[in-house]
Write a protein that binds this ligand. Structure first.
Ligand SMILES: Cc1cc2nc3c(=O)[nH]c(=O)nc-3n(C[C@H](O)[C@H](O)[C@H](O)COP(=O)(O)OP(=O)(O)OC[C@H]3O[C@@H](n4cnc5c(N)ncnc54)[C@H](O)[C@@H]3O)c2cc1C
Ligand code: SF4
Length: 599
C-alpha cells in the first residue's frame, strides 16, 4: 500500500492566485468534488477546517483492547455525551459539564474512542443552541467518512418521486435514471460489496464479493423467504476484491475492528475520503489542500453578482484569510454548508447567500431510529467456536412498507429498513446483559457467543418547512463565528413508524423461532442517525428551492452546494452513496458549464 502523502504546511500555500474552483470540506462531498474537478483538469484549492490525520498509523485496527492502556477509552479530561444527556439537557451541551475540558458526542461511547479522538469537535468550542439535537461533527481531513458505518445504499424513484406516490411534500427534480450512471461510477471507483436482489425500491449496485452471512443470519433469511421481507448481506462501501486503480486502499481482510465503535479501517478497505478520493486526486498535480482552514463566508463580487471566493480563518493562528476562484463548491456537510451560506449576508443577500426563496435552513430531515430487538438463535448455543467475527457488516432488511396496496400502512407514510447482525462478534454486547458471575458466567457467555442476534430500524423523517436551522448571532464558536440554532422535532409519522418497527421486529424474531431477550421501543433524540439532509434543497421552482437539479445555486450561478443539504427528502436509505453520486453529477455539469463560459 502506498504511504500517506504529507500535505503542505498551510502557510506555504499560494492564496494570491485565482483557482478554477475552491472546494470547502473534504468528506464524501468535498472529496468527490476534488476528485471529479481535478480529473477534468481544473486547478482546485480544497479548504478543510480540520487537520490531516494519518489514519494508517492512528487507527490501529489490529490492536486488541488489552494492548491499549485504557482498553481504547478516552482520558479523564473528556466527557462523552450519552443518549440520556441529549434528552435531559438543552444545547449547548458542553456548558453542562463544567469540570471537563473536552465534551464529545455520543458516537465516542463505544469500545475504541481513543483511536478516533482527533476527529470530533469539542462541544465546548463548537456549541449550538435551540431544540435537543444530537449533532455529530467530525473536523478532520475526510470528515465523518473516516468512521462511517459503511452501509452504502442507492435511492430509487420510490424516494425521488415519493410525493407523487403519497401526496406528501415535493418530488425531487431528478429521477433514478439521472443518478444511476453516477451511482455506477461511484461503485466502480470506490468499491462496494453486496448481493443483487432486484428490488425496484432499493436498486442494486455493481458489487464486489459479498460478506458471508453466518448461521443465524442464513436461518433468518430462509425463514423470511416468501414473506415479502428480504434479508441481504450489508451493502458495504468496502472493497472486498481490491481496487487496482487505487494504491492507497487494500481489500478487506476481515479483521474485526470494524466492530470497534466508532470504527475506521487502517488499510482503507472501507471507503474514506482521503485515501479514496483526495490522495489519488493529488496525483493529478491539480489539487492544493489547505487544512486548518475554517471557511465562514462566501464572498460576492457586487459588480457581477457572482461568487469571487471565500473568507476563512486559520484554525491554528486564528488569522483571517481569503482565497479566490472562478467557482465556489461547498461540501462542508449539510448543516455546516448551510451555516456558511446563512452567515454570508450582504446588501444583495440580506437573509443569507442564495436564499431568495427563504428556504435556506428549512426542510431539515434525517432518519428516525432507536427501536431495537435482541435475541438468541438457540441451535447455536453451546456450538463450536467459529472464526466469523471479522466482518465490516451484518445484514439488511430493505423497506417492506408502503410499496404497493398490499404493504400500505394505515398509520404512517414512507418507510424504514432494518439493520442487524447475528453470530460471533469481537465485542458481544449482549453478553453484558447476561446474569451471573465467575466461571459459570464465562462459560455461559462463550456458549452463547455465536447465537446472539440483534436488529434495529432506520426510518425516513419527513421533510417539514418548520424543521429548520437558523443562525444564533448571540452565541459564537471558538473562532467567533455565529452558531446554528435548531428548531427541529420528530412528528407523529416518525413516532408511528417507530411503534411499527418495534412490533415488526418482534414478529420477525418470533416467526423465525428466535428467543427474544430484549425489546426497546424508545425513539432516540433527534439527530442521532448522523444522516442530516435538506436545508438547501434542489428544485425546479426557484421560489421554493435553493439549488437547481445540478446543485447549482438559483441565485449565484458560480456557487454549488454538493453535500446532503441538496436533498429534497431523506428516503430511508443511509445517505452517503447518494451524496457521492450527486456530487459527481454536479461537478461534471460544473466543469462542462465552466468550459462553455457559462459560469
Ligand atoms: C459513526 C457514523 C456512522 C455512519 N454510518 C453511515 C452509514 O453506514 N452509511 C451512510 O451512508 N452514512 C453513514 N454515516 C454518515 C456519513 O458519514 C455522512 O453521510 C458523510 O460523511 C457525509 O459527507 P459530507 O462530506 O457531507 O460531510 P463530512 O463527512 O462530515 O465532511 C465534511 C467536512 O467539511 C469540513 N468542514 C466543516 N465545516 C467547515 C468549514 N466551515 N470550513 C472548511 N471545512 C469545513 C469538516 O471538517 C469535514 O471534514 C455515518 C456517520 C457516522 C459519524
Ligand atoms: S473488517 Fe475489513 S473494512 Fe473492517 S477494519 Fe477490517 S479490513 Fe477494514
Amino acid at each position: 500500500m502506498q504511504q500517506t502523502p504529507r500535505l503542505p504546511d498551510p502557510d506555504t500555500i499560494d492564496l494570491k492566485r485565482t483557482y478554477d474552483a475552491i472546494v470547502v470540506g473534504s468528506g464524501a462531498a468535498g472529496g468527490m468534488a476534488a476528485h471529479v474537478l481535478t480529473a477534468k483538469g481544473l486547478d482546485v484549492l480544497l479548504l478543510e477546517a480540520g487537520k490531516q490525520v494519518d489514519t494508517s498509523e492512528t487507527l490501529k485496527s489490529m490492536e486488541w483492547p488489552y494492548e491499549h492502556p485504557r482498553h481504547g477509552k478516552l482520558g479523564p479530561e473528556t466527557y462523552v455525551l450519552d443518549e440520556g444527556d441529549y434528552g435531559k439537557y438543552q444545547p449547548p451541551y458542553g456548558r453542562h459539564f463544567g469540570r471537563y475540558t473536552n465534551v464529545v458526542n455520543w458516537q465516542q461511547l463505544g469500545e475504541g474512542p481513543d483511536y478516533t479522538k482527533d476527529f470530533f469537535v469539542n462541544e465546548k468550542e463548537h456549541p449550538y443552541t435551540g431544540t435537543q439535537f444530537s449533532w455529530v461533527r467530525a473536523r478532520t481531513l475526510g470528515g465523518k467518512t473516516n468512521v462511517w458505518g459503511r452501509l452504502a445504499l442507492r435511492m430509487s424513484d420510490f424516494d425521488f418521486k415519493a410525493a407523487s406516490r403519497d401526496g406528501y411534500g415535493d418530488d425531487w427534480p431528478i429521477n433514478y435514471a439521472d443518478v444511476a450512471p453516477y451511482y455506477d461510477k461511484v461503485d466502480r471507483y470506490l468499491g462496494i460489496s453486496g448481493v443483487v436482489e432486484n428490488l425496484p425500491w432499493l436498486p442494486d449496485s455493481i458489487y464486489q464479493r459479498p460478506m458471508r452471512l453466518n448461521e443465524p443470519e442464513v436461518a433468518l433469511r430462509d425463514k423470511l423467504t416468501g414473506t415479502g421481507k428480504v434479508l441481504t448481506p450489508f451493502r458495504l462501501g468496502v472493497t472486498t476484491d481490491g481496487l487496482s486503480h487505487n494504491p492507497y486502499r487494500h481489500r478487506c481482510m476481515g479483521r474485526g475492528s470494524c466492530q470497534r465503535r466508532v470504527g475506521g479501517c487502517d488499510i482503507h478497505a472501507a471507503f474514506d475520503s482521503p485515501t479514496g478520493l483526495i490522495y489519488p486526486a493529488l496525483g493529478t498535480g491539480k489539487l492544493t489542500v489547505r487544512t486548518n482552514s475554517t471557511v465562514f463566508e462566501v464572498e460576492i463580487d457586487t459588480a457581477t453578482g457572482k461568487a469571487k471566493g471565500v473568507a476563512f480563518m486559520d484554525s491554528v493562528s486564528k488569522k483571517v484569510l481569503g482565497a479566490r476562484a472562478k467557482v465556489v463548491v461547498l461540501g462542508a456537510s449539510t448543516l455546516e454548508s448551510t451555516r456558511i451560506l446563512l452567515n454570508s449576508r450582504s446588501r444583495q443577500h440580506p437573509n443569507g447567500l442564495g436564499n431568495s426563496s427563504g428556504h435556506l435552513g428549512h426542510n431539515l430531515a434525517e432518519h428516525v431510529m432507536g427501536p431495537r430487538v435482541e435475541g438468541i438463535y438457540k441451535p447455536r448455543v453451546g456450538g463450536e467456536r467459529r472464526n466469523e467475527d471479522g466482518r465490516p457488516g451484518g445484514f439488511y432488511i430493505p423497506r417492506f412498507q408502503n410499496l404497493d396496496t398490499a404493504s400500505k400502512s394505515k398509520k404512517f407514510i414512507r418507510g424504514y429498513g432494518l439493520e442487524g447482525a447475528g453470530g460471533q462478534e469481537l465485542f458481544p454486547e449482549q453478553a453484558i446483559l447476561m446474569p451471573g458471575y465467575g466461571a459459570d458466567y464465562k462459560k455461559k457467555v462463550r456458549d452463547h457467543a455465536g447465537a446472539f442476534v440483534y436488529m434495529y430500524g432506520l426510518g425516513e423523517v419527513l421533510p417539514r418547512y418548520e424543521n429548520e436551522v437558523s443562525l444564533d448571532r448571540k452565541v459564537k464558536d471558538a473562532y467567533g463565528i455565529p452558531v446554528l440554532r435548531f428548531s427541529y422535532r420528530h412528528g407523529d409519522n416518525e413516532k408511528a413508524m417507530c411503534a411499527d418497527m418495534t412490533d415488526n421486529m418482534q414478529q420477525i424474531f418470533s416467526d423465525c423461532g428466535l428467543e427474544i431477550t430484549k425489546v426497546s421501543g424508545n425513539r432516540l433524540t433527534e439527530g442521532s442517525s448522523v444522516h442530516e439532509v435538506g436545508t438547501a434543497r434542489m428544485g425546479n421552482d426557484r421560489k421554493t428551492s435553493v439549488l437547481n437539479s445540478f446543485c447549482q445555486s438559483h441565485d449565484v450561478k458560480n456557487l454549488f452546494v454538493v453535500d446532503g443539504s441538496c436533498f429534497v427528502s431523506a428516503g430511508n436509505q443511509n445517505p452517503t452513496w447518494t451524496i457521492l453520486a450527486l456530487a459527481w453529477r454536479a461537478c461534471d455539469y460544473l466543469s462542462e458549464s465552466l468550459g462553455k463560459g457559462e459560469l
